[in-house]
Design a protein around this ligand. Structure first.
Ligand SMILES: [Zn+2]
Length: 271
């Protein structure tokens, strides 16, 4: 309830800004539809954020469980640095479980970074909505999965756990696996704020947009042209590591496909 007034004011401001045309919005080049969509998203966002924060205890315990499972699964006890890192991360989670305010801050941080990246990706996709597409859209797998998909598109289990819809697929791969461009394109938004949801977006030549999330490091910069199969980043997702945020399903690549401003199931376009 506390959110209502600022949200309404923000909506008013954004609508006003939108009515003044795209030039008034500044250098980002976002059009009226995008700004209105951003305002709608903000209202929805405030509500959804409360849903996510309600689950913070469960989310933290789930991240901790994943961390423990991964230690057992990958047996890195013979690598001292990894063991030390694991101990530190585990201790940090213990602190977060005791400190609600910091936990809320961290979850909100990851959520905001995810939404901003998705808004940017959707914006790019809308800008190319009229692009001529010849024949079928073909994408290649950005990583080779080591197990079956750990979370599917709009997976109800994911939404139950985190309180938000899952607008992509989670492809399980070991931390640090090379992430490959799914098709030719240009690197657009690169988002790296350390401990949030690190991601980047590729705008492909036919206007299709792909988004790669929870990456632990980047091998390209914004504006760079890439060819299908080029290495563009390293995967992440292990709780407590850079880019994993607190909304991860373990070591994996989060992969989204956006066409004409809408998220679609990536499995429909992968071989
Ligand atoms: Zn995901």
């Amino acid at each position: 309830m506390r959110m209502r007034i600022p949200v309404v004011l923000t909506l008013g401001f954004l609508l006003l800004t939108a009515c003044r045309g795209p030039d008034a919005v500044g250098g980002s080049g976002r059009n009226t539809a995008q700004v209105v969509q951003g305002a709608e998203r903000e209202i929805r966002g405030a509500r959804v954020e409360q849903e996510v924060l309600k689950r913070k205890g469960e989310i933290l315990r789930y991240q901790l469980r994943l961390l423990e499972e991964e230690q057992n699964r990958w047996e890195f006890s013979d690598v001292p640095e990894r063991r030390e890192q694991w101990r530190r991360t585990r201790a940090e989670f213990m602190v977060l479980l005791q400190d609600e305010r910091v936990a809320e801050f961290r979850i909100r941080e990851a959520l905001q970074e995810l939404w901003e990246a998705q808004d940017e990706a959707t914006g790019w996709s809308q800008r190319y909505a009229d692009a001529q597409r010849e024949g079928n859209i073909d994408l290649a797998w950005p990583v080779d999965s080591i197990r079956e998909i750990s979370s599917s598109f709009l997976d109800p289990e994911y939404e139950e756990r985190f309180g938000i819809p899952h607008e992509g697929i989670d492809i399980p791969v070991l931390q640090g696996t090379a992430v490959l461009a799914a098709a030719d394109g240009v690197v657009r938004t690169v988002s790296d704020r350390g401990q949030g949801f690190n991601s980047f977006t590729l705008v492909h030549d036919d206007g299709l947009v792909t988004l790669y999330g929870h990456v632990s490091s980047f091998l390209v910069t914004e504006g760079q042209r890439v060819r299908h199969g080029d290495q563009i980043a390293r995967s992440g997702g292990e709780p407590g590591t850079p880019g994993a945020g607190l909304l991860s399903t373990g070591q994996h690549l989060h992969f989204e496909v956006i066409i004409d401003g809408k998220h679609v199931d990536p499995l429909q376009y992968l071989p």
